[in-house]
Design a protein around this ligand. Structure first.
Ligand SMILES: [Cu+2]
Length: 165
């Protein structure tokens, strides 16, 4: 599995965090099975199994059913020493990651955090993540506030088990 530790630090461009407003390519139609939090529905939250000490990534879908945009600002979880929002993208032939300061979810929009795109970066796991268990996390939104979620370990869609973030 490719981990952040294997990626040269120079590949991170924290000062070039573009506004994540152009997410139309990442939009999916949500099945909306998740619990509504105000105007937001957080759905299909999952991560991969990983050993303690490793890095991992979390994915989910956020649907904004409200009339106002909201912004995902931070992620926190007790299972990782550092948790943040990242975006993967290809630079030439190399997959790189960079931190994002926020992810905007326009009114009526659905934003997908998925392998190869925006993800929750979980660095230096405090404990192993075992398939079938869940990872608790708190997402903080500008409008909806703190939202508790559970990432199901090993519950990704088929075809999404490849390594990488
Ligand atoms: Cu990452």
């Amino acid at each position: 599995m490719l981990s952040c530790a294997e990626m040269p630090l120079l590949q991170f461009f924290p000062r070039r965090c573009a506004l994540a407003l152009t997410l139309s390519a990442a939009v999916l139609v949500s099945s909306a099975r998740g619990a509504p939090i105000g105007a937001l529905v957080v759905d299909r939250a999952w991560t991969r199994p990983a050993p303690a000490g490793a890095n991992d990534a979390g994915y989910l879908t956020i649907t904004n059913r409200g009339r106002s945009a909201d912004v995902l600002l931070t992620v926190a979880t007790p299972v990782a020493k550092v948790a943040s929002i990242h975006e993967s993208r290809m630079v030439g032939a190399v997959m790189t990651m960079r931190p994002l300061r926020f992810v905007a979810i326009a009114a009526g929009a659905t934003v997908s955090l998925h392998p190869g795109g925006i993800h929750l970066m979980l660095e230096h796991l405090n404990r192993p993540l075992e398939a079938g268990a869940q990872v608790p996390a708190i997402l903080t939104f500008a409008r909806a506030g703190r939202v508790r979620i559970q990432l199901r370990i090993g519950a990704g869609p088929s075809g999404a088990t490849m390594p990488g973030m």
